[in-house]
Ligand binder design. Structure first.
Ligand code: AVI
Length: 322
């Protein structure tokens, strides 16, 4: 691992925690929310009534599954359906079931860094829709997509659902989309979910539920530092705080220190101080409008083929091609 002055880190997690907590203002990356406990908390978030994103996307896929499937397979051409970050596949199963029922030839290739997550998904699909040919791919998204070109000449369709793109600032989102563009060929498609700008209160409620599940999810990053790096964060000493800027469409999550406090993180040999009301920024969840998605597509060399929305335009799925 890389050196930071005189320090040697044994993982990217160690290095990013060190850098984030010694910066001003302090920050931690939301990608570290997702250990076993964080995955479970995110499942709970998706089941909350306030977290409208999952149901809106579910409804869009359900209402448009015939049209979407027809785009994926023109003239019965066999294709590979890749999925980045499939989770439990709840929404994807709508499309898988439709494709199977209509005898449209395809195989399903979920990509994930975690073999455990892939095994669980594969078992669930084998139980529920045994007709689907599942070929899991363990690895990072882009290395895996690039490698697949060498072994599989089929048309590619890539799913990236859940508005996961929104956890990236615009610049890294463009980098991500450029990488996606580089890993597809002419004729291939990308179906991606983008949560839309809407009544700011609806967004604040989705990220600050009264039951405290999102609070626990946000604080899990501190709990994870305690578990994995020997930290001594007291979770009750922090407020979960959500803000939403309706002009830029950016929702931001913070942990706010309720008191002046010192934190030790043993494996980093680090002691930090937090002033009363000092913040640790942990996540962005970007909300979009058509102009912003068009701009992102243009910046990354993608074209919008079509889009699907729910009846209140709360959420949209766009189809891109190269
Ligand atoms: C995974 N990601 C798209 C979620 C979101 O909406 O930003 C993560 C999340 N954070 C708080 N609630 C849900």
């Amino acid at each position: 691992m890389q050196n930071n002055q005189t320090r040697t880190f044994t993982s990217a997690f160690e290095q990013e925690v060190y850098e984030g907590l010694t910066s001003f203002p302090k920050h931690l990356s939301s990608k570290y929310f997702y250990d076993e406990i964080g995955d479970k908390l995110f499942q709970d978030i998706m089941a909350m009534p306030e977290y409208y994103l999952t149901n809106r996307e579910f409804d869009i896929l359900e209402a448009n599954k015939a049209e979407i499937s027809a785009l994926f397979s023109r003239d019965g051409e066999v294709f590979s359906l890749f999925e980045l970050g499939a989770g439990d596949g709840k929404k994807t199963k709508i499309l898988l079931q439709y494709l199977v029922d209509n005898k449209i030839p395809f195989d399903y290739r979920p990509i994930d860094i975690s073999q455990n997550a892939l095994d669980q998904l594969e078992n669930a699909i084998k139980q529920e829709i045994p007709e689907v040919e599942v070929n899991t791919l363990q690895g990072t998204y882009f290395d895996t997509l690039r490698d697949i070109d060498k072994v599989n000449g089929r048309k590619k369709v890539i799913l990236f659902l859940g508005s996961n793109i929104g956890n990236l600032l615009h610049e890294p989102a463009i980098e991500f989309l450029k990488n996606l563009r580089d890993s597809i060929n002419e004729g291939d498609l990308i179906l991606m979910g983008f949560d839309q700008k809407k009544n700011p209160q609806t967004i604040l409620d989705a990220y600050n539920d009264k039951t405290g599940i999102t609070e626990a999810f946000n604080k899990n990053i501190l709990a994870r530092i305690n578990r994995e790096l020997g930290g001594d964060f007291v979770l009750d000493n922090f407020l979960h705080w959500e803000v939403y800027d309706p002009e830029t469409g950016t929702a931001k999550s913070y942990l706010v220190s309720k008191a002046a406090q010192r934190i030790n993180i043993e494996s980093l040999g680090l002691q930090i101080r937090l002033k009363r009301w000092e913040t640790i920024h942990t996540e962005i969840s970007q909300k979009y409008d058509d102009a912003t998605v068009e701009w992102l597509a243009e910046q990354s060399g993608l074209q919008i083929v079509t889009e699907f929305a729910d009846n209140q335009n709360q959420y949209k799925n766009y189809v891109f091609k190269k």
